[in-house]
Design a protein around this ligand. Sequence first.
Ligand code: C5P
Length: 394
Amino acid sequence: MQGKRILLIVGGGISAYKIPQLIRLIRGAGAAVTPVLTASGAQFTTPMTLSVLAGEPVHDTLWDRNAEAEIGHIQLSRQADLVVVAPATADLMAKMAQGAANDLASTLLMATDKRVLIAPAMNVRMWDHPATRRNLATLRGDGILTVGPGSGDMACGEFGPGRMAEPDAILAAIRTALAEGPLKGRHVIVTSGPTHEPIDPVRYIANRSSGAQGAAVAAALRDLGARVSFVTGPAAVPAPQGVEVIAVETAQEMRDAVEAALPADAAVMAAAVADWRILNGSDQKIKKGDSLPSLQMAENPDILAWISRAAQRPRLVVGFAAETQDVVAHATAKRARKGCDWIVANDVSPATGIMGGTENAVTLITEAGDEEWPRMAKGDVAARLAARIAEQIG
Ligand code: C5P
């Protein structure tokens, strides 16, 4: 982070008390900080604290004639390598989603040509409020990066999601956002996790995919500088930081989310998509009665096959094949049938411990033939695959 500059916008939330620590971490990592304090942020931390730790003056008004003559708010927003908003309050997020520019912070956010990373922090109810959900979706669609929030005890006495990410997690997200790898400027869609196909409001059909391999692939692509759209079903492992997370439940939702994320330079379809959905699902909980329910299945869209033939087909399409027998033969046939460029094939027989485990043993199948990789951690499989993707589209 040496030589980089972070424009740090401090919003009005109690977690602003952690911002002095964040400034120390950023400066310790070699980057400079330009602090911007909103009027409500100043209720929780002082301009003096921020400017002493940043070693630079704090900017807190749009109407500072001296500052405007020296540098101006437009330049302020462009001089930085990255804009960070922490804590990003519900109000700041709403302003950003609306494109409001009525104070220094919101004006800088509108005027910047740099990436923006927000660390949301607010009361649980405010975080869960449909307005905040909508604003978050809008901001993600605009390419705004997010870190956190985490879950836990809140200063307001409630419990749940809404706590600002800890300063070290924000620093990690800043490093990621600043990363310049071979995939800088490339957009990759990764699908991950299982899908849930509802039977009724409380029951669903699922599978044993943990989402570990997909999350690892997304993180590895991010580490090489890619912008990653991570379309994930309800997975057991958390989504990596520094990627755009699009959470879905069903195969149909996953397909729509992948379509909405296009165009992309590459797509890696690591999700264990349910092949079938329930056609005669019920809006009400099915009661235990005299007769056993009979479920009628319909075929789900095959996202990999669809994207491989889509008008907006990414330059590189990679599928996974989880098999329990004749792995290479089945996967090679699958590559041809689906029309993708590469297949990462693995044996998920229970004895291998791969499904839900930490390791994977894969064979990469390309036009040139098949390449068997030794058994290794899922993170290492991901790093190797990401490096191959970078060779191809970097
Ligand atoms: O056909 P099968 O499920 O074995 O194919 C596996 C590959 O196809 C994986 O890459 C998976 O993500 C993808 N797939 C998909 N949509 C489906 C089924 C599988 O994208 N409906």
